[in-house]
Design a binder for this molecule. Sequence first.
Ligand code: UDP
Length: 502
Amino acid sequence: MLKEETTATPPPSPPHILIFPVPLQGHVNSMLNLSEILCLSGLHVTILLSDHTHDRLLRHASLRSRFSRYAAFRVATISDGLPADHPRSGQRILEIVLSLKEVGGPQFRRLMEGLSDGGGGAPRVSCLIMDGVLSFTIPVVEEMGIPFIYFRTISACSFWPYFCIQEMIDAGEVPLKDKNEDKLTYWKRKEMDLMVTSVPGMENLLRRRDIPAFCRVEDVGDAGFQSIKTETRRTTQAAALILNTFEDLEGPILDQIRKHIPNLYSIGPLHSHLKALLKEKGMESSHHSSSFWKEDDSCMGWLDSQPPKSVIYVSFGSITMLTRDELLEFWYGLVNSGVRFLWVVRPDSVVEDRIGNGCGNEIPVELVEGTKLRGLMVEWVPQEVVLGHPSVGAFFTHSGWNSTLESVVIGLPMLCWPYFADQTTNSRFVSEVWGIGLDIKDTCDRLLIERMVKEVMMGVRRDELLEKARGMANMANKAICEGGSSHMNLNRLIEFLKSTAL
Ligand code: UDP
């Protein structure tokens, strides 16, 4: 008797997602949060970090302990091609992307070949999720038949003008700077206050000074400007776009983007989404650092000793560089406001770093005394914990997208001094669309700073800002709960990612 023949098809290998952030603090924070969320959903995850970033995380963050409970999480590294002593901050961050573009291709190919046959014990990579400006990876994954998804870690309201750069060029609205013009003069030009007409949905809102600051170049052929333009437009080739935002915050802009990129997942605010998922699964979610600098916890004791809502927390993020003059203007403004302040001044974040070194650049005594009385300056803090401290009453921020969302979740009013990139647009939305803060872009004069610090902490508009900020915090919280828009979008995204392994 003939035996019935059975053709055993091998079981599909589990989904394995490769996550590739631009190696900068804010991008890595968002991508680590997404990595952990995907691990919680049972996916294999490898995060691809630059050697430099990996080294910083091993030195100052709790990367190992945070991910030790996920057996299916791995880290891979490549070189960013820059010398060890490159500042990787300020205006020079674009060099990271340009350098990666140059040296990253061959390294990425080798890595993918190593991972493609299940190298290192992990299943074959089934999908690449990458930052939106790393398109040198596309030929490699396309050759291997692996789909790719863009995760832009910026706001929808800044992604959209980036997407419309060609339209702005055609309308003569960018580039923004005249030849040989320095920062101080072009900020003051009247044209900067003209309304931008070529970004659909933002007419009557966006002035030229609010366009993402990468457009503040003199030459349309500028390498960074061109790179942002073409890379953003390339998003339409991706299988999907992920944004760290939520529908109640940026719904109308998300709808504009969906006209070009229908497969769009808004799943933020990611940091609080992750916390909620950990709670849902009964897992502890104590603070885990992803910091590139050592966190100074001593500020928590200082905050404990301050009255409720009396402190303005000041931080301009991980990239901002200040001139000595700007630093002093901020410092006088804060001290003269009479408001208590906790101020993060990163090591090496002042351009002429000669403050207080005995070369005639000593700190004025009134600033030293004023700070002793009511302030504390530290190099780096656990920001999410600080923002949630009951003594903190407002956030003086550079409007980086992670910082903005961290503030939104807590419901704190913001005072915005955008430094560059997407921040100039974020701060416009904070003040004019969401009404949860004040925007003081393109100037930093001690009298103005003093006035605005008082305004956000105790001015006539304080109650209104607070009420709107609390309302937005509620909406952020709803978005990540069962049935909320980000929660549902995340479930859809995970189903999509699972389908890439079939
Ligand atoms: N951050 C921090 N401690 C600090 C200052 C900042 O942990 O003292 C974190 C902050 O919580 C945020 C990130 O660094 O998650 C900065 O990202 P953001 O997008 O706000 O700005 P960027 O640094 O990219 O300009």
